[in-house]
Design a protein around this ligand. Sequence first.
Ligand code: SF4
Length: 588
Amino acid sequence: MNPREPLKRVLYIDLSKKSFWIDEREDLFERWLGGVGVAVQLFKEEASKNVDPLSPENPVIFSVGPLTSLYPLASKTIAIFKSPLTGNLGESHAGGRSAIALRLAGYGATVIKGASQLPVYLVIKEEEVEFRDASALWGVSNAITVGRILRETAPGQGVRTIMRIGKAGEKLVSYAAVMTETYRHFGRLGLGAVLGSKKVKGIIIYGKHTIPVEDKKKYREVYDRLYKLSVESDAMKRYHDIGTAMNILPLNYIGALPTRNLNSSRFEGAEEISGENIAEKKLARRIACAHCPVACIHIASIREPYPDEPYFYKTTFISYDHELIYSLGSMLGVKKIDNVLRLIDIVEAFGLDAISAGVSLAWATEAYKRGIVTINETLVELDWGNVENYIEAIKYIVEQPNHFYTTLAKGTREASKHYGGQEFALNFGGNEMPGYHTGYGAIIGYSIGSRHSHLDCAGYRVDQTIKEPPSPEEYVEMLIKEEEWRQVLTSLVICLFARTIYTVENVVDALKPLGYDCTEDELKKLGEEIYLEKQKLKIELGFNPRELKIPSRVFETSTPHGLLRRDYVEKALQHYAELIEYKINTSD
Ligand code: SF4
């Protein structure tokens, strides 16, 4: 069998009717490769432009691509949906076993639509979908516990993925995440709330197929080359040794680590919460997504004494990375490793996106300290570094006992619209800021990126490699070019950490033994087309590139390139808007 055969199958699941069917969508996979390329098209087919993100009509698409299960680091699943956080296109990527399971179950994508009346969890087994009662699981707030229970009910370790939501998803927090396996997530943009609105507590997918390859000799040759690069390249070695937490110290050194709601870009506690220090004192083990030889997932352990039991300790394992240490550490002024890890643990248990949760708390702390909101709203005193009260506040975000927390559960854009403080509400297009205040590239990248994420076009990286920023127009075009190529990578689908390995030449080589004969130019053109499809879709869903707003705080706190100028960023955003309008108007 040709490896492309199973990829073209799309599993449709209608939760309202408790029905499912399989369609052969060769048309989509031939034209758009897989992953993001295909998922965007499936979303367009299913969703109307005014769809409410939390309504049954909002479809959730999971998709994989031609490299999934076949090459190292091709370990990610793409999720596309309408985001309750931004009110626009939602896109999130997760690893674990999700991608392998979906592909080896015989599918290139699954479309989940409708909503169940009662809580369910789905079990997908090749040609069969079970809608199992999850009433007993609904209300179990800890997503890790939910995973353990589902594991018991669904034997088959190693060949299945278990996705699930925590209480944050049930309570429709706009930045609720979906956890896969124990330490991976569809973190950003609120997929957890969308599944919560559909009353889906979990999804289990069994993947037991194998994928035959026609040209085994060539496949082996390319595989070995990519594998060697994966385990021997310096970039990947760093991901393995310390992980992305290696970024804390250098960012702090150059003055680019957002601290206390970006009142500063240097944190006096950076040494203590650095990746190096955590690795030395707390690292328990490293794990990997399926089919990844890098193992960048770092797990720390903390021991806490049981009250009244002096020699008994509870040991908790917590995964950490740069974004989590930034958002729940420096951004909140938390200086002790154990305290950062405790915050990560509770955010993880509730199933919240750590970046949005931390940045929302940072905004709330500043709003409280400035008297914009009072204890009547916050219910606890919010102060930098006050971890016990932050733990309480996280519980309130999930439980939403009053209007303030109901609004904060919708993110900083919504909260600041109601209560004030928009100038220090650190979101871009509604998505909370990642942990890099490196310069113009970062800020423009967060603004114009399709997901408003640092991973869209990595402007934060460019900032760190250039001496002087180019003109605003050139910067925008450089970032769009990068984002266009990333559309190919996320359609294949590979982990973006491996972007330096999957060069255009290597991608062409990797596709050949699988029966894809495409040139470098054709791949690049495809990237441009997918990028444009996403931009068009965003605009249809209500995004207006001319209405992008940048919080003033960004211009008040120094970066390694000094204080940023608003006129430079505005010029860049205007160029972006004109360029997108031009591209759309001149496309067929
Ligand atoms: S590098 Fe890390 S995130 Fe990427 S596939 Fe490997 S383990 Fe997963």
